[in-house]
Design a protein around this ligand. Structure first.
Ligand code: FES
Length: 177
């Protein structure tokens, strides 16, 4: 059946009578194609809205729900050699597949920590001026023992045992972790 564009009647004269305007006659194929186009546009717009909402929510959720502590994949690693670090400085090294940090304090004590921030996983660094470990992503701070002291980090940094063997400095995952 041919339908007028006002969709009130099957005949243009009837459309004129019902709507008070002359309807344009549409053939059924044209009407079907128009509906398919409308449905496509609606679907496309719906997907765009869903993608926008997801791209907004994902970082918010990541911020609120920190990732679980990551397995570092090694138990004993050569971190540095004696003399590599000046007092009151830090050095990033690899512990398995993840970064770790070796710190030599002003009083000559070594500390080895995971360098993966417990908030969202950024790599931390040592701040000599403040004698603290700092995460540049959201200003999280830790002591040289790895304790979280300010900012969003929810847990301490994992601490490793430091073993000195001759000229080598090793970091070892504690046996109980
Ligand atoms: S990733 Fe947010 S404070 Fe480190």
């Amino acid at each position: 059946m041919i339908v007028c564009s006002h969709q009130l009647s099957g005949e243009s004269w009837a459309c004129l009578r019902v709507c008070g305007k002359r309807g344009q006659m549409l053939d059924p194929d044209k009407k079907k194609r128009r509906e398919e186009r409308r449905r496509f546009v609606e679907t496309f717009l719906g997907m765009g809205v869903a993608a926008s909402v997801a791209s907004f929510l994902y970082p918010v959720l990541r911020y609120i729900i920190p990732p679980k502590q990551v397995e570092l994949g090694a138990s004993l690693v050569l971190a540095a050699h004696i003399g590599d670090l000046k007092p009151n400085s830090g050095k990033i090294f690899r512990f398995g597949s993840r970064p770790a940090i070796l710190i030599l304090t002003s009083d000559g004590k070594y500390h080895a920590l995971s360098a993966v921030c417990t908030h969202l996983g950024c790599t931390v660094q040592y701040l000599p001026d403040q004698h603290e470990v700092w995460c540049p992503c959201h200003n999280g701070k830790y002591t040289v023992d790895g304790a979280n002291i300010s900012g969003p980090p929810p847990r301490p940094l994992q601490e490793f045992d430091v073993i000195l063997k001759g000229n080598d400095i090793y970091a070892q995952r504690p046996q109980n972790s």
